[in-house]
Design a protein around this ligand. Structure first.
Ligand code: TXA
Ligand code: MG
Length: 317
């Protein structure tokens, strides 16, 4: 890991590292982000590992302009008004995700929506242009720690877990972006942040309420979210596969099975398993099986977040 002044040359190297699947911390006008190529599922899995996040929350996908955002998400009239008023800026828009975009399922935690943002920061924009690809980036801190507003905060918190920290001094706002859900007919605020609710109301000509779940002090930000849930029932910690079941496998030693199978990682690699999780669930959910038997996943490292997600998916809606 190295802190590097955000020179054009350092930005080029950071862009190349991102393209190679590495993690880069970079400044935005809100807080420093821990960036990964949003189309690279393994790189996105590495972001969750670096943060020690016990669950897979969807990440904000950063793009250099509205055109790049429109390639990933469907903009309603309200969404266009908000983008026109606040981008580049501290506003993340949650929108219906375009089918067929290259964004990794893990970046959106398997949801049919995607959060996108155009940051108002010269270094962030230069990095996005140099990378030529959308960058998924949560705040560059370990889970449960405060968001970093300087390169030194990032280095102290993440150390060797990040390959490079682009340093452009303290972030101007020091507060995360406001997250607005514009995926349905009436916009609502999922997270308060750098853009005030009154400013959103001015831009739209009507008040924008805080989403109900956001006001009731949920135990974790993840609880604000609808979660991807397969329609096919899941059976966890399965030692054997029953007739009619598909198999979500992990590791090399598979129980006897006749139906569809998706192996999260034949090598038993949790990073690879995390990268494949949502794609695997979707694949087997669409395979027409009566149920999905899920092999045990070790409760360590990224296994904790994988199991958290599997337990939610196994719970009846
Ligand atoms: O200012 C910021 O937003 C910073 C900088 C780096 O851009 N990023 C940041 O990311 O704070 P993170 O991962 O710490 O917070 C992302 C927030 C979470 O509350 C997450 O639940 C929400 O955005 N979010 C992301 N995608 C979503 C989606 N599809 N639906 C609902 N909420 C979503
Ligand atoms: Mg955060």
């Amino acid at each position: 890991m190295g802190i590097e002044k955000a020179s054009p040359e350092a930005i080029e190297r950071a862009a190349a590292a991102l393209a190679a699947g590495r993690l880069i911390a970079f400044p935005t006008e809100t807080v420093y982000g821990l960036g990964a190529d949003a189309s690279n599922a393994r790189a996105v899995a590495a972001v969750f590992a670096a943060k020690d996040r016990p669950r897979f929350n969807p990440l904000i996908v950063h793009v250099p302009d509205l055109a790049a955002a429109a390639a990933l998400a469907e903009f309603s009239d309200s969404a266009r008004q908000l983008a026109a008023a606040f981008w580049p800026g501290a506003l993340s828009l949650v929108l219906p995700r375009r089918t067929g975009s290259a964004i990794a399922e893990l970046a959106t935690a398997g949801l049919n929506t995607i959060a996108v943002r155009v940051p108002a920061h010269a270094t962030a924009l230069a990095l996005l242009r140099a990378a030529g690809r959308p960058i998924a980036a949560p705040s560059a801190n370990r889970s449960g720690h405060v968001s970093p507003t300087t390169a030194e905060h990032v280095a102290a918190d993440l150390g060797e877990r990040v390959c490079m920290v682009l340093d452009d001094g303290p972030t101007p706002l020091g507060l995360e972006s406001t997250v607005v859900d514009v995926s349905g007919p009436s916009p609502s605020v999922l997270r308060l942040g750098g853009v005030a609710r009154a400013a959103l109301a001015d831009a739209l000509g009507r008040p924008v309420p805080v989403a109900a779940a956001a006001t009731s002090r949920p135990a974790s930000p993840g609880m604000l979210l609808r979660h991807y849930a397969p329609a096919t029932p899941l059976r966890l910690e399965a030692g054997a596969v029953e007739t009619g079941e598909a198999l979500l496998a992990f590791g090399a030693a598979l129980p006897p099975h006749t139906g569809p199978v998706f192996n999260l990682s034949a090598r038993g690699d949790l990073l690879e398993a995390a990268a494949n999780l949502f794609a695997g669930l979707r694949r087997l959910d669409g395979a027409g099986a009566a149920g999905i038997a899920v092999m045990p996943i070790p409760e360590e490292g990224l296994g904790e977040a994988i199991n958290d997600r599997l337990r939610r998916a196994a719970r009846p809606a």
